[in-house]
Design a protein around this ligand. Structure first.
Ligand code: F3S
Length: 805
């Protein structure tokens, strides 16, 4: 397995390390054999039995009870069983395979990812907040420890079209781009300029490889699972750890298997696979798990289609999603000039596919032969409706029937195949003389895609139907959309081929009903301008009579090869010693920050409840995107959006809470600032799956910055929970979710037990009521020893900085 194959054509000195996977897997598989031999040599006679509660335990010859907590996990998770692909890749990247405790869903793994990817909205903050690259210097490191790239994609607002919008963004964001560019040069980071494309598409085209492991500061990093890579979205602080050569910690994931049978064809697209899965598993069904696809149906999906499916796995809360290596991946690697990787992966296929009989924690089967197109939404990506039932759902629920805008592309769905299939439908309508009724925008995922569809004619077809090709960037997907066709508050519907449709995400209008579907369906529906239209069965009026769409078709890969377009990549210079990192001290967009304070027991006694949040509270509710993105490098300024989307249970309103100091209802950030100025720490009470959505680190940073000490909820989304821990916050959960009802915003609370804070030991919440009564509530936490160290130091970075001294 030890060949010298470069990870990327852009990095001639970084090689794929398949040998490490081979070696690690041998160690972890042998550990099982070793354990059994050990038991035998001790002459223990093990007998399986059940205790009164039904739990399995073992008897030894000395009648000593060895509980399942010790033996069963060791036996069953010490890898005597056939391995899933997720296990192979994850365990193949263990830092210390010999001594690592491996229990799916329980233990924390220390891992060595192959690379890091940062987008501009989180990269700037993590660099500024932690001065990570300055730490490299003080540690004597001339460069990041693993190959790293920075991508400028989130800050480009869609207004007029690609060229004009990019020029405007270059002007407005000059300061941030200069900072990122000089930082990248200084510390040996590949820099993708504005206009190069969306992080995940660039990664797929240039860096992802089967069996690799990557972390990225964006929740849709799992897109690279389409090329067989374990790619996980993390907060900026995790990325800093890995760049500084600190092993990355991840709770050992469970593995959900999705067995695909049949063949994808006709109107059904890869997007429909994940839209259906989202409907089955819901927005939290994948929490703590890697979703692994397998079965005979896999080969009927293109590599970019598999990436679409993995990308949107973020919407079910999955750690990541993954496909086994196959010919479709090899085809894509060859089309993107990486024949050498395809050949290497072919030789190494035994570790890039699951073992026969691999054990999954849960298996869902989907028959691609009968898969229907789906439309998911509004307001949540897991409200899945098959196309055949969508008309009825629109009418029954009173969703605005008129389709105002159709938006295709984004990191989720902008492959050559997506563009070709969508253009095939647009061409049919053009030929039949059917005009587009709704507005239509196209977001290419990369400069390479833009240039190729321009050369091959798809862009011209979109142009003929009035479509606007936007910049190669996130644009309306992240609220960077200067939308003019409806007023704020006006109810309306849009159809998107993106991945996420939380309230206000695309246009900051809470009355916009955004529905997620395939680019094919978006395109066809643009010609009806009506959500009740079913392009598979209904007809439209063309210039020559009634017209009915034929199923879409289009090439998976460009027959003439990709056109790379304009060169938008900046490689780090060979001599980096003279580069100066560009930060203006007077900036209102970039701000150097002082470290957070260390643990102080008094901050957890007799403190206020800032807000008791009712219902869904995503990272968009905690730290809204859109116009706020420009302040991402300035924590104090962006904190003015803290929790402004969360609904206060006391009055059912967003951004209106009772300020105990001014004795009136006021905005959440204002009230938090008043409490902070008065030296009054506070907590947030929340509902289920708190912090779902993106990996947005600001959602944790802002709460800490404005004086929060704990977030107490029924349950957390994984990334947000970890992000809170990294910032020195206490993410805690009610041992009994019903205890959520026992706290009111006017109560005064104390978090007890922190003097003996230890893994697995619950804490107590003492709640003092205004009438003098009190209740005590048991709170659970998932801190391990290392994370308790972060908490005591005030943040993970404080601990790292102390260790580096
Ligand atoms: Fe960008 Fe939207 Fe993807 S914000 S990274 S295009 S999910």
């Amino acid at each position: 397995a030890s060949q010298k194959v470069t990870m990327s054509n852009l990095e001639s000195d970084k090689f794929i390390n398949y040998q490490r996977i081979e070696d690690n897997l041998k160690i972890v598989r042998d550990r099982c054999v070793f354990f059994i031999l050990l038991i035998k040599s001790l002459k223990f006679r093990l007998r399986l039995s059940l205790d009164q509660s039904g739990a399995i335990y073992f008897y030894t010859s000395r009648s000593m009870r060895l509980y399942n907590a010790l033996i069963v996990p060791l036996l069953f998770s010490s890898l005597g069983h056939p391995l899933t692909l997720a296990e192979k890749v994850v365990y193949g990247h263990l830092d210390d395979a010999k001594n690592q405790d491996i229990q799916r869903g329980t233990s924390y793994l220390k891992l060595r990812p192959d690379r890091v990817a940062c987008q501009d909205a989180t990269a700037q903050a993590s660099h500024i907040r932690y001065m990570a690259l300055l730490q490299f210097m003080s540690a004597g490191l001339p460069s990041v420890a693993v190959p790293t790239t920075v991508h400028c994609d989130h800050l480009i607002e869609a207004q007029k079209g690609g060229v004009a919008d990019l020029a405007r963004a270059n002007d407005i964001n000059k300061e941030v781009y200069n900072f990122l560019s000089t930082c990248s040069q200084k510390y040996n980071i590949g820099f993708w300029k504005p206009g190069s494309g969306i992080i995940h598409q660039i990664i797929l085209e240039n860096y992802a490889f089967p069996g690799g492991m990557m972390i990225g500061t964006d929740s849709h990093t799992p897109n690279a699972g389409g090329l067989g890579m374990v790619a996980v979205g993390v907060g900026g602080a995790d990325a800093v750890d890995v760049m500084a050569d600190i092993p990355w910690e991840l709770k050992c994931p469970k593995v959900i298997g999705i067995k695909l049978t049949g063949k994808l064809s006709g109107w059904a697209s890869p997007k429909d696979v994940i839209l259906k899965v989202a409907g089955i598993l819901t927005v939290k069904g994948g929490t703590g798990a890697i979703v692994e696809y397998f079965g005979p149906g896999v080969d009927s999906i293109s590599c970019t289609g598999m990436a679409t499916i993995c990308n949107m796995g973020a919407e079910i809360g999955a750690t990541t999603s993954l496909f086994p290596y196959n010919n479709r991946m090899a085809d894509y690697l060859r089309a993107t000039k990486r024949e050498n990787i395809a050949a290497y992966a072919d030789a190494f296929k035994h570790n890039l596919t699951p073992d026969a009989g691999a054990k999954y924690d849960q298996v869902i089967e989907i028959d691609l032969n009968t898969l229907e197109p789906y439309v998911n939404g509004p307001f949540t990506p897991d409200l899945a409706t098959p196309l055949s039932q969508f008309k009825d759902a629109v009418i029954k629920n009173g969703w605005p029937k008129e389709m105002k805008v159709g938006l295709i592309g984004s990191c989720t769905n902008s492959s050559y195949e997506d563009m070709s299939r969508s253009a095939s439908l647009a061409q049919q309508a053009l030929d039949a003389g059917v005009p587009a009724k709704a507005m239509f925008t196209i977001t290419p995922g990369s400069e390479q895609i833009r240039a190729t569809i321009e050369r091959d004619g798809q862009a011209a077809v979109f142009d003929k139907i009035g479509g606007v090709v936007l910049a190669n960037a996130c644009g309306p997907c992240i609220g960077q959309w200067d939308r003019q066709d409806v007023k704020k508050g006006e109810r309306n519907s849009i159809l998107i081929s993106y991945n996420r449709n939380f309230t206000g995400r695309n246009d900051a209008n809470p009355a916009t009903h955004a529905f997620v579907t395939s680019p094919e369906l978006v395109t066809a529906m643009v010609f009806a301008g009506d959500l009740t239209f079913n392009p598979m069965t209904d007809t439209l009026q063309g210039s020559n009579g009634p017209f009915k769409f034929q199923p879409p078709n289009g090439a998976e890969l460009p027959p003439r090869g990709f056109d790379a377009g304009v060169d938008t990549y900046q490689a780090p210079p060979a001599d980096r010693s003279k580069v100066v990192v560009d930060v203006a001290p007077t900036s209102n967009r970039l701000q150097l920050l002082t470290p957070f304070n260390k643990y102080d027991a008094k901050n957890y006694k007799d403190i206020d409840v800032l807000i008791k949040v009712k219902g869904k509270c995503t990272t968009d509710h905690i730290s809204m995107a859109g116009p706020w993105l420009k302040f991402r490098g300035h924590l104090d300024n962006i904190s003015n959006n803290m929790l402004i989307g969360a609904v206060n249970i006391a009055n059912d309103q967003a951004n209106s809470i009772y300020n105990k100091l001014t004795k009136q209802f006021e905005a959440v950030p204002k009230t938090a600032r008043d409490y902070k100025a008065a030296g009054k720490p506070w907590v947030v009470i929340g509902d289920e799956n708190y912090g779902e959505g993106s990996s947005r680190e600001h959602a944790a940073l802002e709460v800490r910055h404005l004086g929060g000490v704990a977030v107490i909820v029924k349950s957390f989304a994984r990334i947000h929970e970890t992000n809170l821990k990294k910032q020195g916050m206490l993410p805690l959960t009610f041992a009994d979710p019903k205890d959520y009802d026992k706290i009111n915003p006017e109560d005064i609370v104390s978090i007890q037990g922190l003097e003996s804070f230890a893994p697995g030991v619950p804490l107590n919440l003492h709640v003092a009521k205004p009438d003098g009564k009190s209740v005590d509530i048991k709170l659970n936490h998932t801190f391990n020893e290392g994370q308790i160290g972060w908490f005591k130091a005030g943040s993970a970075l404080n601990l790292m900085a102390a260790a580096a001294k």
